[in-house]
Write a protein that binds this ligand. Structure first.
Ligand SMILES: Cc1cc2nc3c(=O)[nH]c(=O)nc-3n(C[C@H](O)[C@H](O)[C@H](O)COP(=O)(O)OP(=O)(O)OC[C@H]3O[C@@H](n4cnc5c(N)ncnc54)[C@H](O)[C@@H]3O)c2cc1C
Ligand code: FES
Ligand code: FES
Length: 494
């Protein structure tokens, strides 16, 4: 690093954000401090609860407001795995902020109270915040959508029926809320907080950088090859809260304009590495409805609002949900190191258990997904113990091209069957050039024995995994050959 760069990085920055409608300026905050610990320990706002500290229970749900064109976009996130510097330029709303100045409760609070949607009350602030985000962003959610929105909030004593009814009733009181009434003013204030250059912080011996341009991101990653790249933090956050690791240098991708873009052009969906799962879902679903359906079962709304496709791919978990589907579709990753780029097919990117082809100082710039050709049929099935908010035991993804009744091409990829998300090459070979028939599929199912030697762990036994992997292939065949079933096939919980 040259002296000029060192001078530029030496500055101690200040995080600025709105806490409800008050500006907060923090200049000595530990970059590893979570928003939950900040709220409870520094602000003494204890309405936001800690249940699991790993993004699972939703007791810590808060809402982030962000300027989005000419409106403020409100989204629920888990405060327990969100680092405080990520708040820079945003509005943080907690359960203490919802009631009007005269004490009138927010429609979400009123409905929960009228319908007895709370017993011990520990989960209630989290539920209320999820309902508040829904109320602020969607006028008439379906029952299915309400279920999805509440899938990331767990309640052990009330039961969900009154809470779901409260979600429906809160729209019946008429009018908006004080956040809707002040939206213009809030938008102006958020725009004034928007940062043009890199935020560089140093506190408690740790450093945090949030660049705003791709070139600056590339420069920082090259200068700090040992830094931890932070996107949504839904994996990284747990390294601090559960593994008690010190992350001494963090480089945050979320403010880099180019990385937040998602484009469909030249036969590809280009997903910038900072695009959240929530933002990618609709576009992916337009091209591959069943991939969209798979993402609807990816964690919870709170996790999808923070977590990114880029982070899922870079994290390289053998049970990550997006990779088998991306690999079956022939996707690639564009990697950047300083000014240099390289594009790697995703099935070559994984070298071993949680080991990728990323080199020191290199980062994922985007994920490229080929757009569906008319001839291609795609299916993906996630098998997990619970339908919602659970990690896959096995995930099978299939992309098939037929020529008449014959298999011209098929790409099959499984998660949960090996140390990496892995293509079933022997199984594919057994099918290519064959008729797409029961007999050929039965032979290909047997070929899976040569492709994989799965492990037994807490999610599934090796035998179960193998049996499921075989049966999912048969399921795909049955659904693609049954004229009554759509071509993209549905994913189910077991
Ligand atoms: C409660 C809970 C439920 C979950 N459920 C699911 C699920 O159903 N399915 C699933 O697949 N996953 C699940 N996850 C895991 C996690 O949400 C995903 O892996 C998510 O996509 C990670 O994205 P992120 O933006 O949060 O990444 P981060 O946590 O910020 O980063 C993850 C890893 O990727 C690296 N990284 C991030 N961006 C880049 C980049 N641009 N270049 C290079 N490296 C980068 C980081 O350094 C880190 O190693 C769950 C997690 C939690 C906490
Ligand atoms: S405390 Fe459980 S999700 Fe945050
Ligand atoms: S009311 Fe007790 S956990 Fe939900």
């Amino acid at each position: 690093m040259g002296p000029k760069s060192r001078r530029r990085e030496a500055q101690i920055g200040t995080i600025r954000f709105l806490l409800n409608d008050q500006v907060r300026e923090l200049d000595a905050v530990d970059p590893n401090m979570t928003v939950l610990n900040y709220l409870r320990g520094v602000e003494r706002k204890t309405g936001t609860k800690e249940g699991c500290a790993e993004g699972d229970c939703g007791a810590c749900t808060v809402v982030l407001g962000q300027a989005d064109g000419n409106r403020v976009r409100y989204r629920a996130v888990n405060a327990c795995i969100l680092f405080v510097p990520v708040l820079d330029g945003k509005q943080l709303i907690t359960v203490e902020d919802l009631a009007a100045a005269d004490g009138t409760p927010h429609p979400a609070q009123r409905a929960i109270s009228e319908l007895s949607g709370s017993q011990c009350g520990f989960c209630t602030p989290g539920f209320v915040m999820s309902l508040f985000a829904l109320h602020a962003s969607e006028p008439k959610p379906s029952r299915q959508r309400i279920n999805d929105v509440l899938a990331g909030n767990l309640c052990r004593c009330t039961g969900y029926r009154p809470i779901i009814e409260a979600a429906q009733r809160m729209y019946g009181y008429g009018g908006g809320d004080r956040f809707a009434a002040r939206q213009k003013e809030t938008l102006k204030r958020l725009k004034a907080l928007r940062r043009r250059g890199t935020l560089a912080l140093e506190a408690k011996g740790r450093r945090y950088f949030a660049p705003t341009t791709l070139n600056e991101m590339a420069r920082l990653c090259k200068a700090h090859p040992d830094a931890c790249i932070l996107a949504g933090g839904t994996d990284v956050g747990l390294w601090v809260t559960k593994e008690h690791r010190d992350l001494d240098i963090l480089i945050y991708t979320g403010n880099v304009r180019e990385l937040a873009k998602l484009k469909v052009a030249n036969g590809h969906i280009d997903i910038g590495a900072a695009v959240t799962v929530t933002d990618a879902m609709d576009v992916i679903a337009r091209h591959y409805p069943r991939f969209g359906e798979l993402l609807r079962r990816f964690a919870s709304v709170q996790i999808r609002n923070s977590g990114t496709i880029g982070g899922n791919v870079a994290n390289g978990s053998p049970i990550g949900d997006s990779m088998p589907a991306l690999i079956a579709l022939g996707s690639s990753v564009v990697l950047r190191h300083g000014p240099r780029f390289r594009e790697v097919p995703l099935d070559d990117f994984y070298l071993g258990y949680r080991e990728t082809d990323l080199r020191p100082g290199e980062f994922v710039e985007r994920v490229r997904v080929p757009v569906k050709s008319a001839a291609r049929r795609f299916g993906a099935y996630k098998i997990s113990k619970r339908f919602d908010q659970d990690i896959s035991g096995v995930l099978g993804a299939y992309a098939l091209e037929l020529d008449g009744g014959q298999v011209r091409d098929i790409r099959i990829c499984y998660g949960g069957m090996a140390a990496v998300p892995k293509r079933a090459v022997r199984c594919e070979k057994a099918l290519i050039g064959q008729s797409w028939s029961d007999g050929a599929v039965a032979r290909a199912m047997q070929a899976l024995d040569a492709d994989f030697q799965p492990l037994t762990d807490m999610r599934a036994s090796a035998d179960y995994r193998m049996l499921v992997a075989k049966n999912l292939l048969r399921k795909f065949w049955m659904e693609t050959t049954n004229p009554g079933v759509g071509l993209d096939v549905v994913s189910y919980g077991s």
